[in-house]
Design a binder for this molecule. Structure first.
Ligand code: 5AD
Ligand code: SF4
Length: 481
């Protein structure tokens, strides 16, 4: 896709184009010249490293940033001693922010020894004005700060940064356009995330995402299909369609289209064997989607359906717009229609005003739905969200006790649920050599469960039949058949 623009043919003596993405390719050519000079001066390649916090969206954004860094001549490494380091931040809970400040302390000590090192910060945390103030005051060694709406301008920002001896800050409150056709470096050769929409309009009362990622914007379906066709041509067999709320995809496009219709189109693309998506909001999950999933041989047997709370009272305060009963009815309908599906969820414990009785309601739902996995979080107040202003009389000890009670049930139900396929043969997409034992490879079932089995690197990226010989809590040990 990005080969349309040949950096060698760009005339740097002329003024930069105003239209995108041509403008960014102009700055990539300029940055490449700059990086070439730095390499010459140092007598070695210039290295770059990206550290990513948070969700799949951020992982995808980092691939775009790394793609640009590679295109302009950096050698990408996984080590913060690199000549250029960026931190792509998350702010969904406060501990994500604290981890970034920790990394900054560490990288500062490196920069003191190597003053030519450049450090950039980007991502969700940077969309918060109080964070920018803190960095300006306490981390003044940072060279570049940008947000979530202008990552497509990374090449231009890099040129500005190398031309400046002061901190460069470029934060936009809103996104003005969706820029297509920029390079990306993919972490895996055989699977890829694909953005289908950006932002969120739901305003759950605890959540900072709508403030840092802006209003919901869907990509044009033709651009999405074109990107996936290109990925398939490059050998990708699994795509993960990404959006904060994929079930409302396409509603605001000039020619509206539903998420289920988009899935039908993706299904037709030859070479794509597996389709995943993330994240679904229960209030928008349609019967049409369930029907498409049921008929499909490519859409994976996994649905992540965040519950957040099982108490209708708390759900209302969270502005989730469904009740406990509505959620249960939906989960039961999905299970009825697609019996082999794995359901996973997110749950928050300690929302303002939540009592032990509310937690029991949540535990009730966990027992009834029997999730394959549930991610449980302690509520973290986020500045500017409605919930941050709600009084919370519950003590930390009570919250912790409720969290532990819930976690125990989650683990018990998940264990019995995950193990149900023992003895059967299923296709596994092999992802990597096992981290702890290099005689094993690790892959995933359609339903997202991990499987470890004897094999070597030649299997990576392949879909192979594996007998699931032994269920081990959250994963299987198997053997290829
Ligand atoms: N505190 C705790 N957890 C949160 N999440 C979102 N905002 C908060 C918050 N303020 C959780 C939700 C969401 C997941 C990505 O993070 O469960 O689904
Ligand atoms: Fe992802 Fe939300 Fe964290 Fe941003 S704040 S990285 S959108 S989880």
């Amino acid at each position: 896709m990005h080969n349309e623009f040949d950096l060698d043919k760009i005339n740097l003596a002329s003024a930069p184009p105003t239209e995108e993405p041509a403008r960014q390719y102009y700055f990539m050519a300029k940055a490449r010249k700059l990086v070439g000079e730095l390499c010459k001066k140092a007598g070695r390649p210039m290295t770059a490293c990206g550290i990513t916090f948070g969700c799949q969206m951020n992982a995808k954004d980092s691939e775009k940033l790394l793609g640009i860094l590679e295109r302009i001549g950096f050698t990408v490494i996984e080590d913060e001693s690199a000549d250029f380091v960026f931190y792509n931040t998350c702010t969904v809970r406060d501990n994500a922010n604290q981890r970034v400040y920790g990394r900054l302390g560490f990288v500062h000590s490196m920069k003191k020894k190597h003053p030519d090192k450049r450090v950039a910060l980007c991502g969700c945390m940077m969309q918060e004005p109080s964070v920018i103030e803190k960095i300006k005051k306490s981390y003044s060694f940072v060279d570049l700060i940008f947000g979530t709406h202008n990552i497509y301008k990374f090449a231009e920002l890099l040129v500005t940064m190398y031309d400046s001896d002061r901190m460069v800050i470029d934060i936009w409150e809103n996104a003005d356009q969706i820029v297509e056709d920029l390079p990306a470096q993919r972490k895996y050769s055989f699977k890829s995330g694909v953005n289908i929409m950006y932002g969120c309009n739901n305003f759950c009362s605890y959540c900072i995402v709508p403030y840092v990622r802006g209003r919901e914007r869907s990509r044009n379906p033709r651009d999405i299909i074109r990107e996936i066709e290109q990925l398939a041509a490059e050998g990708v067999v699994e795509v993960m369609l990404l959006g904060q709320n994929v079930n409302s995809y396409g509603k605001n496009l000039e020619e509206p289209i539903s998420f289920a219709q988009l899935l039908r189109e993706v299904e037709k693309i030859e070479g794509i064997e597996r389709i995943r998506f993330m994240t679904s909001h229960p209030k928008d999950l349609s019967d049409e989607l369930i029907a498409v999933m049921k008929q499909s041989s490519k859409i994976c047997r996994h649905l992540h359906l965040p519950l957040q709370s099982g108490s209708t009272r708390i759900l209302e305060a969270m502005n989730r717009r469904y009740t406990k009963e509505q959620y249960l009815a939906l989960a039961n309908k999905i299970r009825r229609e697609i019996p082999d599906i794995a359901l996973t969820t997110d749950i928050i414990v300690g929302f303002p005003g939540e009592t032990a009785a509310d937690i029991e309601e949540t535990i009730d739902v966990v027992r009834e739905v029997a999730y394959d996995n549930a991610f449980t979080f302690i509520y973290s107040p986020r500045t500017g969200t409605p919930a941050a202003a709600m009084p919370n009389p519950t003590s930390d000890e009570e919250i912790r006790a409720g969290f532990d009670r819930l976690l125990k049930v989650v683990q018990e139900t998940a264990k019995s649920r995950v193990g149900r396929l023992q003895g059967e043969v299923h296709r596994v997409l092999v992802e990597e050599i096992n981290e702890h034992d290099d005689t094993l490879v690790t892959g995933r079932l359609s339903n997202n469960t991990l499987v470890h089995f004897p094999g070597d690197a030649s299997l990576i990226g392949k879909l192979v039949p594996v007998k699931l010989t032994q269920a081990q809590g959250f994963y299987y040990i198997g053997e290829m058949v």
